[in-house]
Design a protein around this ligand. Structure first.
Ligand code: 13P
Ligand code: 13P
Ligand code: MG
Ligand code: MG
Ligand code: MG
Ligand code: MG
Length: 364
């Protein structure tokens, strides 16, 4: 069957700062989804840090107004609970008051894909907190274009032709522009763009052997483009299909073991490593190290079996320790140099006003 997978995520308030949603908020969100049961085939709800992730499978296609309206209502009613409980940042990612038929441009992150289901359809949902959409650039590039990580590119004739990457320029506030680049031929061009994750973001990846087959989709909402100021980090989600004509699940995992420095953490204004964590982990009070969770599902006729928590097994413990080591080292230098984001990225926060005031005090 042709199935649509929708992942919709929002931060609607958290306990004691930007840590995790409360039980009350999560159960309200679940209750609203339960009321909309007839609309979708299956669902799964989890959180990463203070962001709530809704996974819905259905046959209504991407951007369906009723699916999006259901998610919007779940986030809104969850926000009411968050307000009653005095949670921090209640309704933080709901940047517009009125729902206009689609969540795009309203604040929540959205990743959706539609495909003809394979007899066995392994699916991975990635969800990050305290970072930006470009945080998935390097892991996805390594999993889909680098045989050092994905030996399937050498071993499997299905993968050998490579993958097509759609990359967005997310600095355009009016309308995102995109480019399609085919790997391996355009590998250097791809790297030229992906090295700047604040600006260029992988939005989707496609099989070249089977051009209709979508491999991965990433949410690309930049909140500051909507709000015009810093209102929290953009905390992306992604959907990745694995196995057979795609990299294996165990080829998608290892690039996250690099724990690369990404933008985010405290006040969304610094560089720290992206730490793989189990789903439902609260944000760490240690500088809010950016985190990513990965849940694996099997899909059959739109119904989900699972999940399996892909970053929960013992191999990830020393990787997390490495992420903490890198974080400690970077934060030891406080605000200085690469520890804090470059000025263009901070331009939507208070520091730029201070800098303008200081410039006025300069004399020649
Ligand atoms: P299994 O033999 O356990 O199915 O593993 C096959 C494989 O290719 C793992 O990468
Ligand atoms: P969130 O976007 O996850 O709410 O993080 C905001 C922040 O400023 C943390 O310090
Ligand atoms: Mg948040
Ligand atoms: Mg928050
Ligand atoms: Mg968050
Ligand atoms: Mg955020």
């Amino acid at each position: 069957m042709r199935v649509t997978v929708s992942v919709l995520k929002a931060d609607i308030g958290a306990l004691a700062g930007h840590t995790a949603p409360s039980r009350g908020v999560l159960s309200r969100v679940e209750a609203v989804l339960e009321e909309g049961r007839g609309l979708y085939l299956d669902r799964y709800v989890f959180h990463v840090g203070d962001d709530i992730v809704l996974l819905l499978t259905h046959d209504r296609g991407p951007g369906d107004p009723e699916i999006h309206a259901l998610a919007w209502r779940a986030f809104q009613e969850g926000t009411e609970v968050a307000k009653r409980e005095g949670l921090y940042g209640a309704g933080q990612d709901l940047l517009k008051d009125a729902f206009t038929g689609n969540l795009h441009g309203l604040g929540p992150q959205v990743a959706e894909m539609v495909f003809e289901e394979r007899p066995s359809e392994p699916l991975v949902v990635l969800a990050a907190d305290k970072t930006e959409p470009g945080a998935f650039n390097l892991p996805l590039y390594l999993a889909f274009a680098d045989p050092m990580y994905s030996s399937g590119l050498l071993l499997s004739p299905e993968l050998r032709p490579g993958f097509r990457f759609r990359v967005l320029d997310v600095t355009k506030t009016e309308r995102d522009t995109f480019i399609d680049l085919e790997a391996p031929e355009r590998l250097y061009d791809l790297a030229t763009l992906l090295r700047d994750p604040h600006r260029y973001v992988i939005q989707s990846i496609w099989s070249r052997r089977y051009p209709e087959e979508v491999a991965a989709v990433v949410s690309t909402t930049r909140l500051r483009n909507i709000a015009g100021r810093y209102v929290g980090k953009d905390d992306p989600v992604a959907i990745v299909r694995t196995q057979k004509i795609f990299p294996a699940t165990e080829e998608l995992g290892p690039p996250f073991g690099l724990v690369p420095f990404v933008a985010g953490n405290t006040r969304g204004s610094h560089h720290l490593p992206l730490m793989p964590v189990p789903a439902n982990t609260p944000a760490t009070s240690f500088f809010c190290i950016p985190m990513v969770a990965a849940l694996g599902f099997s899909l059959r006729e739109g119904r989900l079996t699972g999940p399996i928590d892909l970053f929960a097994d013992p191999a990830w413990e020393p990787i997390r320790a490495r992420a903490v080591e890198k974080a400690v080292e970077m934060r030891r230098q406080g605000f200085y140099g690469p520890a804090m984001l470059p000025m263009e990225e901070l331009e939507y926060t208070g520091i730029t006003e201070r800098l303008r005031a200081l410039e006025a005090e300069f004399r020649s």
